[in-house]
Write a protein that binds this ligand. Structure first.
Ligand SMILES: [Zn+2]
Length: 454
């Protein structure tokens, strides 16, 4: 029999069962999460075709709020399933697979049919027919729990070349960073110190972050009441690992003297850390008289379109592009575009990085992957992937790269790009393989061959 999945994550539970309720019949089973079900992901119980999607009486609207109804062919287990009070993430007519994420619980009473957020799940024995529902709980039986790692597929994944990250402090004690990573966030910046104060949650956040493949940095909130040396001493006594890159946080309380900020940076670097970012919101730069910031690391700016809670990707789409404009002579590298993003059940700051994952790694680790890239390209395994019998111009690429004697990383990359290869994709494949412990040569070889499939 085709595999069947629970429509909700393993931690969820039945909040209202099938059958008589308040003198009427409840035709489905409601699922929720303790602590609230807003944005809880919803999964297809079986494979099939989406036959209704969007606004529906009782379940809310306008589209994409409402419901999703999936018709299951016999091969997929037959029957029809209904998912109500959700925001759809699949389209009418679309084929979905068992266990695939299809939407999320609509958190908004105004558009979810005026209910406390939850999933209403129905099973119809054959086609959708009101009154013909059966009890979903025995139907689900010992159905598998959905693979929540696919939460990264939507909605926080890379969009138009933007990667998302979060920043956290003692105020987010307990935030599950594994879940943050599974929702698609690629980096986390953790508060380390503020003047001579040490954030007590730094180490548990760091340990948690290191169980993920997110890039990790720490930040130092600069206080004009402490000396530059005191900032560095405090950091060194709190965070012994100097490989963690540091961001300076310059805002209220940090004074107005760029020379002091540079001195803080110098003292921290003198103790062996890399200082990679200057968090200095535009409003603060205006407030302190728009000084030159020359010599400081690139900006981590902050500018919010509104204070409306939502997914980072949704908020980012309405944030415009002004946040990418630099000031004080510095470019913006990271943009904190909201403080109200839904992340792993918390409402927190979210940040955008508008470059490739390879460049994110380079910013945080200081290490370029191009050497690795070349080493791998030169390996026999990869050469065997560049099969002269194939139709794409790999033999030309290979001969040109050979002609360059593999000496220049820049030239090699430029040649590959000129020949139509997606070198970002190749680098990303290498990084991903490294992170997952997979064979890097094989991953790169496959990435090179992606071109064939176009
Ligand atoms: Zn219900």
């Amino acid at each position: 029999m085709a595999k069947r999945y629970r429509p909700v994550v393993a931690e969820s539970y039945v909040t209202s069962g099938f059958g008589a309720r308040w003198g009427t019949q409840h035709r489905g089973t409601d699922f929720g999460l303790s602590g609230g079900s807003a944005n809880m992901p919803v999964y297809a119980a079986q494979g099939g075709t989406v036959v209704y999607a969007g606004a529906a009486s009782g379940f809310g609207g306008p589209d994409p709020a409402g419901w999703v109804v999936i018709d299951h062919p016999t091969a997929d287990g037959s029957g029809t399933t209904v998912y109500g009070h959700i925001i759809r993430e699949v389209a009418l007519g679309e084929r979905v697979e068992a266990g695939q994420r299809i939407g999320r619980v609509n958190p908004n009473k105004a558009t979810n049919g005026n209910v406390a957020p939850h999933l209403h799940f129905e099973v119809h024995k054959s086609t959708w027919l009101p009154g013909a529902q059966i009890d979903p709980v025995p139907w689900l039986g010992d159905a598998a729990s959905p693979d929540t790692s696919q939460m990264s597929a939507k909605p926080e994944t890379m969009q138009d070349g933007v990667l998302f990250g979060v920043d956290i402090s003692n105020h987010q004690n307990g935030i599950p960073l594994k879940r943050v990573a599974s929702e698609g966030f690629k980096f986390v910046i953790i508060k380390a110190t503020e003047g001579t104060w040490k954030d007590p949650i730094l180490h548990s956040h760091l340990a948690d972050a290191r169980t993920t493949d997110m890039q990790v940095a720490a930040y130092v909130y600069v206080r004009s009441t402490a000396s530059a040396k005191a900032h560095a001493d405090t950091l060194a006594s709190h965070l012994s690992d100097t490989s963690v890159p540091i961001a300076l946080d310059i805002e209220d309380g940090a004074g107005a003297d760029p020379n002091f900020w540079r001195a803080v940076r110098d003292e921290i670097e003198a103790r062996g850390y890399r200082v990679i970012l200057t968090y200095l919101p535009k409003w603060y730069w205006d407030q302190v008289g728009q000084p030159s910031l020359a010599g400081l690391p690139p900006l981590w700016t902050s500018r919010y379109p509104d204070m409306i809670r939502g997914y980072a990707s949704e908020i980012y789409t309405r944030a415009g592009s002004k946040g990418w404009e630099g000031y004080g002579g510095l470019d913006v590298r990271i943009w904190q575009f909201t403080s109200t993003a839904n992340v792993a059940g918390y409402g927190i700051d979210a940040n955008a990085f508008r470059r490739s994952e390879a460049e994110l790694v380079k910013l945080f680790t200081g290490k370029s992957n191009t050497k690795t890239f070349l080493e791998v390209l030169m390996s026999d395994t990869v050469k065997s992937f560049i099969n002269p019998g194939k139709t794409f111009p790999a033999p030309t690429a290979l001969s040109l790269i050979d002609a360059s004697n593999w000496r220049s990383e820049v030239l090699t990359e430029a040649l590959l790009q000129a020949l139509g290869f997606d070198t970002e994709k190749i680098l990303a494949a290498a990084i991903e393989a490294d992170n997952s412990g997979a064979d890097r040569s094989l991953a790169i070889g496959q990435a090179l061959n992606l071109k064939e499939k176009k």
